[in-house]
Design a binder for this molecule. Structure first.
Ligand SMILES: *Cc1c(COP(=O)(O)O)cnc(C)c1O
Length: 762
């Protein structure tokens, strides 16, 4: 008996080859086991358990046709082949579309049914697939997916690698890196599921399930790979279903279903790998030798009995002598910043991926499944986001001929509409007992037109400095329509209004004492005095902490000093755009419970609840009315004395209200499909570039039409002589775009506008 085994890498992210050889050696002591590798950097080539080694040229050089013929000869001659890598299994399936009696890896049909992330074959098993979205979607929609899932998301390649991306900037960087390594733009984002990791490993031959076993990870490496585990039987009902599926997909070879068990017991399927896992021998030593069963089924030669001990296994690190025929290769030359990266894929999988993409593109497409996680924003799968009609309407009114660029454009009907909608919603939710009202956060964009719209729409003016208060008053707000907030509310000195304001929220105990002293002296008047609470469990520099008993006691004592003839209020603010929509709701529930304790212990009724701002426009406007309604209902239910609920949208109002127009200065083709263009805008006008994507339009100089930019391989580089001044990294300029054409970056009316700076203008 001769068995070829590939996938010998035995580092911190190991392949199963070594484990396979150990398991088969127990079952077939006299078999000839041949290790197959494509790199002399794979440490497993030195494993003495192999009788022979078949070291191939690296994948990028290998003559695949000739290699396929060689393997055919081996198999025809009676040798067996167990593939230890996903991509090699995929390639072999293309060489043997209907399988081969001696090829112990799955045929093409089977593989097509396990393609990530949709993993069609799981149907019928008590498993769910975590929500995911293809990166074919527009950046706008990908950002929405990340917010929805609290930035607990993984960016994954269709075959290997998964990287947690915790911010937009990181997402963009990882997307670029993974696309390059795996030669594909077709990645996907998947929501993280918290829980314990477990797997089911199986072996099957020609559609017959030979055995399966379940393993829970009990210790992990830093990369999350198994270091120790316990092995158990697969529950009968799971195994029964698995048996049907295996028959249905006509599986041959090993497989591993990687899962996470959430605290509620639900199991989530992360991957279905078309090969044995690296921990295969861990199961063997507990008595379940699946590779032996596979070889026995394929050859009919009875395996020696495997005796197990215990139900748990762990790994250790072993030193082995290097085979004299394959002395260690020199270390790759270090290059700047690339610590160890060239060692990351020693088996040459990226090179094989690149070749397979060219040879068999259909094999390499991800399965976006029927139940994919798009957010239904009407986005187009070819990477461009829907731009609201009102944007296009407003942008068409501009006079581009005389426009100096870069220039911010005010979208007046869009802005008016946003304020109108927010005030209507507040009015509709108000009852005789509880008034619902908005406050406009001036700092988000202090443009007079927006402040005026806020005034006309019945908003309060929410200010964080006395300069902002003065500006609101100049535009027509009365002091009783002003909310003063933040840690810098006394700045600049001497500008505090003499008249009564609506509400003042204290950011610290010190601030609160200062407020009380000023109120006692009659220098500060407000209908509502309140406190801003620091969010427990989510780090914040603002507000008064409540987490420890001492903090809470100090807060209670300080509240006792607040003027009795004014109302008491509580404010909290944590941007859902930052922590994610799910986490915001969790926090909101917690804050309401803190408020209730505060009310009881301080002996003061909370009459005003101010729930801050921080909403990404799409999470606040159209289609999200139910969310706000729910928030109001929850507040009423928890705090029965609340008479007014204030929300303080800043960027939800301002961000869509302005766009930035810039002109193309120069376009240069870099290669067949990549282009670089220089524009007269820059990150000085788009400082939010790093935090969220902007929807971009190109104005056709001849027809005046506005066309959305879709995803592509053009980089738009700003005018600044700064390395990081790049305003878009992966767009496609519409056919016919020329220097002088106007590009319009939407969604620039929030902090892009207010935090833009003068730079590089002489
Ligand atoms: C900044 C701020 C807001 C508005 O936040 P956005 O992220 O712009 O929506 C609301 N309330 C307070 C107290 C703020 O400081």
């Amino acid at each position: 008996m001769k068995v070829y085994i590939s996938g010998l890498y035995s580092g911190t992210s190991p392949q199963p080859g070594i484990g396979l050889s150990r398991s088969l050696r127990i079952a077939y002591p006299d078999a000839t086991l041949v290790g197959v590798e494509y790199s002399n950097r794979s440490s497993g080539i030195h494993w003495q358990g192999f009788d022979d080694l078949w070291l191939q040229r690296p994948w990028e050089e290998l003559d695949l046709a000739a290699y396929g013929e060689l393997i055919t000869e081996l198999l025809d001659g009676g040798a067996l082949w167990i593939s230890g890598t996903d991509l090699e299994a995929l390639w072999l399936a293309s060489v043997f579309p209907d399988g081969h009696a001696n090829l112990l890896s799955p045929p093409a049909v089977g593989l097509s049914r396990i393609t990530k992330p949709g993993v069609e074959a799981h149907k019928g098993l008590p498993l769910q697939i975590p929500p995911f979205v293809s990166t074919d979607e527009s950046d706008w929609d990908l950002h929405a997916f990340c917010r929805k899932h609290d930035w607990r998301v993984w960016l994954k390649g269709p075959y290997y690698e998964a990287v947690r991306t915790k911010s937009w900037e990181q997402f963009e960087a990882v997307r670029t890196a993974l696309s390059k390594v795996w030669s594909t733009q077709r990645l996907f984002l998947q929501a993280h599921v918290s829980g314990y990791e477990e797997s089911v490993m199986l072996a099957a031959y020609k559609g017959e399930l030979l055995g399966c076993v379940s393993m829970r990870k009990r210790d992990l490496t830093e990369e999350g790979k198994t270091w120790a585990g316990d092995v158990q039987e697969v529950p009968e009902e799971f195994a029964t279903k698995l048996r049907e599926i295996i028959r249905d997909v006509n599986w041959t070879g090993g497989a591993e279903l990687e899962m996470v068990r959430a605290p509620d017991g639900q199991r989530w399927l992360l991957e279905w790998n078309p090969r044995f896992p690296a921990w295969v021998h861990g199961a063997t030593i507990t008595g379940c030798n699946l590779p032996a069963m596979l070889v026995e089924a394929a050859t009919g030669i009875p395996a020696e009995k495997t005796t197990g001990s215990g139900e748990e296994f762990t790994r250790v690190v072993l030193e082995v002598p290097v085979r004299s025929r394959y002395p260690l290769a020199p270390l790759p030359e270090p290059y700047g910043g690339g610590i160890g990266h060239s060692m990351k894929h020693p088996s040459g999988m990226p090179a094989l991926a690149e070749r397979l993409h060219k040879l068999h593109p259909h094999l390499m497409t991800a399965n976006a499944g029927a139940e994919n996680g798009t957010n239904g924003n009407g986005s187009h799968a070819n990477g461009y986001a829907k731009v609201p009609d009102s944007f296009v309407h407003d942008l068409k009114q501009q006079d581009y001929a005389k426009m100096e660029t870069p220039s911010f454009l005010f979208l007046d009907t869009t802005a008016a509409d946003l304020f109108e909608r927010a005030s209507t919603l507040a009015r509709n939710l108000s009852t005789p007992e509880t008034q619902i009202v908005n406050g406009y956060s001036i700092k988000t964009n202090p443009d007079e037109r927006l402040i005026k719209l806020a005034l006309d729409s019945g908003f309060y003016a929410e200010a964080i400095s006395l300069l902002e208060v003065q500006k609101a008053l100049q535009i027509g707000f009365k002091p009783e329509q002003v909310i003063l907030n933040g840690p810098g509310k006394w700045w600049p000195e001497g500008l505090m209004p003499k008249e009564r304001m609506h509400a003042v929220f204290c950011d610290s105990i010190a601030d609160l004492k200062r407020v009380i002293a000023a109120a006692d002296r009659g220098e500060l008047k407000s209908k509502v005095f309140g406190v801003r609470l620091r969010t427990p469990s989510i780090k914040s520099r603002f507000g008064i902490p409540v987490e420890t008993p001492d903090d809470f006691a100090a807060l209670i004592d300080a509240i006792a000093l607040l003027p009795r003839d004014s109302s008491f209020g509580v404010h909290f603010h944590m941007a859902s755009s930052h922590i994610g929509v799910g986490q915001w709701w969790h926090l909101y529930g917690a804050m309401l419970r803190w408020c209730r304790s505060l009310e009881k212990l301080a002996g003061r009724q909370i009459e005003v609840l101010d729930i801050g701002g921080g909403w990404f426009p799409d999470d606040w406007h159209e289609g999200r009315e139910d969310d706000f309604t729910k928030a109001v209902q929850q507040a009423r239910a928890t705090l029965p004395n609340v008479r007014q609920i204030i929300s303080e949208p800043g960027k939800a109002m301002a961000q869509p209200s302005m766009a930035l127009a810039m002109r193309v200065l120069e376009i240069q083709d870099i290669s067949d499909d990549t282009t670089e263009a220089v524009v007269d805008g820059s990150i000085a006008e788009l400082p939010q570039y790093f935090f969220y994507p902007h929807r971009i339009l190109r104005r056709n100089g001849e027809t005046g039409e506005l066309e959305p930019l879709r995803r592509g391989k053009t980089r738009l580089m700003g005018r600044l002589c700064m390395e990081h001044d790049e305003v878009a990294a992966n767009v496609e300029l519409p056919e016919g775009t020329q220097p002088g054409d106007v590009l319009i970056f939407c969604d620039a009316g929030g902090y892009d506008r207010s935090m833009s700076y003068v730079f590089g203008r002489g």
